[in-house]
Design a protein around this ligand. Structure first.
Ligand code: GLA
Length: 363
């Protein structure tokens, strides 16, 4: 494995890490000012950094071991269309916070790319933490999340919400983070001892810089406008009759967001009561809503969720993340993670060409 010293001839000054995340419930609600409930996963992105004298930034990743470091200027203002755009983006937004020299970076991550587990937010947050430490910047974890989101929205050009950056910056893997994305207030909801998380990557890749995510956002904006509210956060399940009269597909899109917000609050409540059966039902209901109303699932993901229903020791399962591929999250009886995961995957890999695999628990 190529070390920092192999690349740059010196040791790093700081090493920072950030985890990937799995969203337990609350999908496509964050850009509608709604509720989400993500948790950190035990997979991380690690960034090693050493400041330099001039304005040259060099960055290398273990993901492309044969490639030379990517080089750009500290005052970078445009993206280049490669993976290093996330690093350019966070350097760009943290420049005004006091990043005042070039640097060398080495990135190493075991968060799978394009699997709905926030590899991009983990990279942004880990790099932001390394910058904070190396340049002694006065930014707290919530500010890091906001800067990371700005980097992704304004520089990378992916119109994502704040969930992933907040999860990667603030969550741990023993509790879920109940976030009100309108106020950015958050609460830690401990994960009960009687439940364990299983995450299976469908092997179908997605990208949120691409069209479908953008289209859903725009449909939500149009639905809110037609309902005469600022965002879909401002309507609730008591507005469902009114929502039903919107022209399709806006009726279905709004129905998903409104019912999903209610499910997030119900799931946080059920977790606090230790009622995992109820959490499981909410997972399945959330999945059905994403599949039928929000239409962001794919056959591979639906098959994994259906397989989970037939496996002993699974409380519930659903598509996690933005969709159009990615992963499922399941809540299972502790000790059953691997066995349940193996049963769910059996059959899947005979039916589809994309190869499904267990991501959490980590190997
Ligand atoms: C992606 C985005 C998040 C959120 C989810 C869907 O992960 O980055 O902001 O919108 O999709 O819940």
């Amino acid at each position: 494995m190529v070390s920092f010293a192999d690349l740059y001839g010196a040791s790093p000054e700081v090493i920072a890490r950030a985890p990937g995340r799995v969203n337990l419930i609350g999908e496509h609600t964050d850009y509608n000012d709604g509720f989400v409930l993500p948790a950190a996963i035990p997979l991380h992105t690690e960034v090693a950094l050493r400041r330099g004298r001039g304005t040259r930034v060099r960055v290398w990743t273990t993901a492309f071991p044969a490639a030379d470091p990517v080089v750009f200027d500290l005052d970078v203002s445009a993206r280049a269309g490669d993976w290093a755009d996330y690093v350019r983006a966070i350097v760009n937004v943290m420049r005004e916070r006091g990043v005042d020299s070039g640097m060398d970076l080495r990135i190493d991550s075991n968060v799978p790319l394009g699997s709905g587990l926030s590899s991009s937010a983990a990279l942004l947050v880990a790099t932001a933490r390394a910058l904070r430490q190396a340049f002694s910047l006065d930014v707290d974890d919530l500010q890091i999340a906001r800067l990371a989101r700005r980097a992704e929205n304004e520089f990378v050009g992916a119109p994502v919400g704040i969930m992933d950056q907040m999860a990667c910056s603030l969550a741990d893997d023993r509790s879920a983070l109940l976030i009100d994305t309108r106020s950015l207030a958050y609460d830690r909801v401990p994960l009960p001892e009687a439940g364990a998380l299983l995450v299976i990557d469908s092997g179908v890749r997605h990208s949120h810089a691409s069209g479908d995510y953008r289209i859903r956002r725009e449909e939500c904006r149009r639905a809110a406008h037609a309902l005469g509210v600022a965002t879909l956060r401002d309507v609730t399940t008591s507005d469902l009759p009114r929502i039903a009269s919107l022209p399709p597909p806006l009726d279905r899109r709004a129905r998903h967001v409104v019912t999903e917000n209610a499910r997030v609050l119900a799931a946080a409540d059920a977790l606090r009561r230790g009622d995992l059966g109820r959490v499981g039902e909410l997972f399945y209901a959330s999945h059905a809503s994403m599949r039928d109303d929000f239409e962001v699932s794919v056959p591979e993901i639906d098959a994994l969720v259906e397989a989970a229903r037939r496996v002993q020791g699974v409380y519930g399962a659903r598509l996690t993340g933005g969709g159009f591929g990615g992963s499922i999250v399941a809540l299972v009886v502790p000790g059953r993670e691997r066995g349940a995961g193996a049963s769910i995957i059996t059959g899947q890999n005979a039916r589809f060409s994309a190869e499904a695999r267990i991501v959490v628990p980590a190997a």
